[in-house]
Design a protein around this ligand. Structure first.
Ligand code: PEP
Ligand code: MN
Length: 346
């Protein structure tokens, strides 16, 4: 439930609303806005009797949030959330942000080379997993902590920001310490205990849609992060499992406008995992930008044929450079622009 205060309501009136919410046994979340202040009521399991709140001085209206997710909904917050990162990079504003890099961090040379190549093409965030969720326990599992150190070195040399996945509580602590964005992968989208920890980690979180998750489930998982106090959440459409084996996953482009309608959170697209096929990544990345995605995450490897994971969907660096040229034109056509890399380490 959302208690919207009148324009010009006094701090005392806002405080009174907070106290009454707390007396009723719920938590209050004041949200000062440019036009007016609202106070969110959370912690309720069902409909709350609003009569005590409606009559308080300074209260303009009480809105019952109709969705099962509250704080991530557009009803709760009409303006888009802009997730700000160091160096002026922002997800959810006018700019479209490119995250690129290999599926896994493999070697010092591989990640530094990949970082330079994606930066030159126009990415501002470097991706690369140090811990990899693999279907088979015999497949490459990632370098672990040394992989994080290589990512930190790549950031130092190129100025790119770092986005990398955390798979468990211990790893999340390390990732949150080092990375600029903590990635929660598709397989962990409903790992609720991990989500709660990520909600308190103090870094922006990239939450990927689960392999068979509905948009509502994705938004409910994001609600876990906001409920713990982390409002810097970026959603990611990465395809869902389907009956059709023509592609690795069914890349759900519609999820982008659907999420934008239901939620104020930014959403980016990952056409690499969404399609699983290198030659399908490029058209789907273009389409995602045209559909309004706030960014793209693309797997790029200096030598995809030798990649230790996801080589078949990894772009060659020159393909990524071409894609970025196309994406700039598409972004401009819809009144946006692609965020450009800072001059560090150029
Ligand atoms: C990844 O980004 O490397 C990854 C494993 O993605 P997903 O969780 O979407 O499968
Ligand atoms: Mn991958």
């Amino acid at each position: 439930m959302l208690i919207v205060m009148r324009h010009g309501a006094t701090p005392d009136e806002v405080q009174k609303v907070i106290s009454v919410i707390e007396e009723m046994g719920y938590q209050a979340q004041p949200m000062p806005g440019n036009q007016r202040t609202a106070v969110g009521l959370v912690g309720n399991d069902g409909r709350v009797d609003a009569s005590r709140l409606e009559g308080l001085p300074g209260v303009h209206e009480v809105i019952h949030v109709s969705q099962p997710y509250k704080q991530v909904s557009r009803e709760w917050k009409a303006d888009p959330t802009i997730v700000r990162l160091p160096g002026g990079v922002a997800f959810g504003g006018t700019e479209v942000v490119a995250i690129a890099g290999p599926c896994s961090v493999e070697t010092d040379r591989q990640i530094i080379e990949a970082a330079r190549q994606v930066k030159e093409a126009g990415a501002v965030v470097l991706r690369g997993g140090a811990w990899k969720p693999r279907s088979s326990p015999y497949s490459f599992q990632g370098l672990g902590k040394p992989g994080l150190r290589l990512l930190a070195k790549a950031r130092e040399e190129t100025g790119l920001l770092i986005c990398t996945e955390a798979m468990d509580e211990t790893g999340l602590g390390w990732v949150a310490e080092m990375a600029d964005i903590v990635q929660i992968g598709a397989r962990n989208m409903q790992n609720f205990s991990l989500l709660k920890i990520a909600g308190r980690c103090g870094k922006p979180v990239l939450l990927k849609r689960g392999i068979s998750a509905t948009v509502q489930e994705l938004l409910l998982s994001a609600e876990y992060l906001l409920a713990e106090g982390n409002h810097d959440v970026i959603l990611c459409e990465r395809g869902v499992r389907s009956f059709d084996t023509a592609t690795r996953n069914l890349f759900d482009l519609t999820a982008i406008p659907v999420v934008h309608k239901l939620s104020h959170l930014p959403i980016i697209a990952d056409p690499s995992h969404g399609t699983g096929l290198r030659d399908k990544v490029i058209p789907m990345a273009r389409a995602a930008i045209a559909a309004g995605a706030d960014g793209i995450m693309v797997e790029v490897h200096p030598n995809p044929e030798e990649a230790l994971s996801d080589g078949a969907q990894s772009l060659f660096p020159d393909q990524f450079a071409q894609l970025m040229r196309e994406v700039r034109i598409i972004a401009e056509a819809i009144g946006r622009r692609v965020a450009e890399p800072a001059a560090v380490g150029a």
